[in-house]
Design a protein around this ligand. Sequence first.
Ligand SMILES: [Mg+2]
Length: 175
Amino acid sequence: MQQLADSNNIMLDLETMGTGSDAAIIAIGAVRFDTSVKDSFYKVVDLQSSLDCGLSMSSDAILWWLKQEDKARQAITAEGVPLRNALLDFSKWVGEDALIWGNGATFDNVILANAYEKSAIERPWHYSANRCYRTLKSFYPNVAFEHVGVAHNALDDAQSQAIHLIKILKCMWGS
Ligand SMILES: [Mg+2]
């Protein structure tokens, strides 16, 4: 597990109003981890600020959110910060040489990178530091996933995914 201790691993989870690369962001959750979860980042993002930046929302996503639990919906309707502020704060928090893990090769990392580009803010990670948790977990279906907190809360999702990924990496590398 030395590989984990030697790198700046971040598990990212976005809540969005779409699934395309230009999806409007409504919450950014992330945790830093090595062999356990270390610290966390969470911002609810003002939806209008995401739209003003050129990101888009889809009717499918709106209908999907209407079907989710109250606690998950309440989290995204809390007062949000402008997207630009959230991105700048995320950059500061991420720090140097981060490996960014997202759930899907075309989801969290791509959407956040696109938001940085549309906001004309430098993305705080190198493209070669993109990591796909969804791919890795598909190779280890026997490692149980346990959700902590509220499903579709960006911070709870990021934390649950990081804990699961650590279990998978322990299986791969030995604990
Ligand atoms: Mg989520």
